[in-house]
Design a protein around this ligand. Structure first.
Ligand code: SF4
Ligand code: SF4
Length: 189
């Protein structure tokens, strides 16, 4: 099940190692704009009021646990090349801890950033490898979600707070699809 809130962490799908991380955030602060912090209630795409853009966090010592815990895919995965730095790509990769979902968060001020090359081709490659690793690739722009499968993209539109996305095989064809359901729907597992 995929939702649109929260900050996900490490999975074993695209991360080579969690130890010995070489990369640092530097002047990138993009997750303080694109991802939500429950304590502050800031919607995705709105800068956290404590962010000093391109510098860091004004409340670093007392920042919420969700901020302390988060590391994006660029930091975690050496398999992602330098052009994936979020401040450059305008894309943040987040891994769900169970390894079943990878979300590529797009800066809503640059909504087509994920369609630019080389990102789009690399996202298609991730999608092609997703099934054998048991992972689904999502692109998220604000609250709009797009599931990227090896053979197609399914634009789910805006996913409301009381909704979630379920991955299921389509009757007849057996190919993977994505549907938007109420979060309390029993088909959501
Ligand atoms: S998006 Fe990634 S690189 Fe940028 S500040 Fe957040 S964790 Fe660091
Ligand atoms: S509290 Fe600090 S680390 Fe957390 S989102 Fe705001 S600026 Fe970023």
């Amino acid at each position: 099940m995929a939702g649109v809130s929260g900050r996900w962490q490490l999975c074993g799908v695209f991360c080579m190692t969690e130890a010995g991380l070489q990369r640092q955030c530097g002047t990138c602060t993009l997750c303080c704009k694109i991802l939500t912090v429950p304590e502050f209630g800031n919607p995705t795409g709105v800068w956290c009021p404590h962010c000093v853009k391109a510098k860091g966090c004004a409340i670093h010592a007392i920042r919420p646990d969700v901020c302390r815990a988060f590391q994006c895919g660029y930091i975690l995965s050496p398999a992602l090349e330098e052009h994936w730095r979020p401040s450059r790509s305008k894309l943040i990769i987040a891994f769900k801890p169970d390894g079943k979902e990878v979300v590529i968060h797009v800066d809503p001020d640059v909504p087509n950033a994920w369609r630019a090359e080389p990102y789009y081709s690399e996202i298609r490659n991730m999608a092609a490898n997703g099934p054998k690793m048991g992972a689904t690739i999502f692109v998220q722009i604000g609250r709009r979600m797009i599931a990227v499968f090896p053979d197609r993209e399914v634009d789910l539109g805006v996913v409301a707070e009381d909704e979630a996305v379920a991955i299921q095989k389509e009757p007849g064809t057996g190919r993977l699809g994505a549907v938007k359901l109420k979060a309390n729907d029993p088909r959501i597992v």
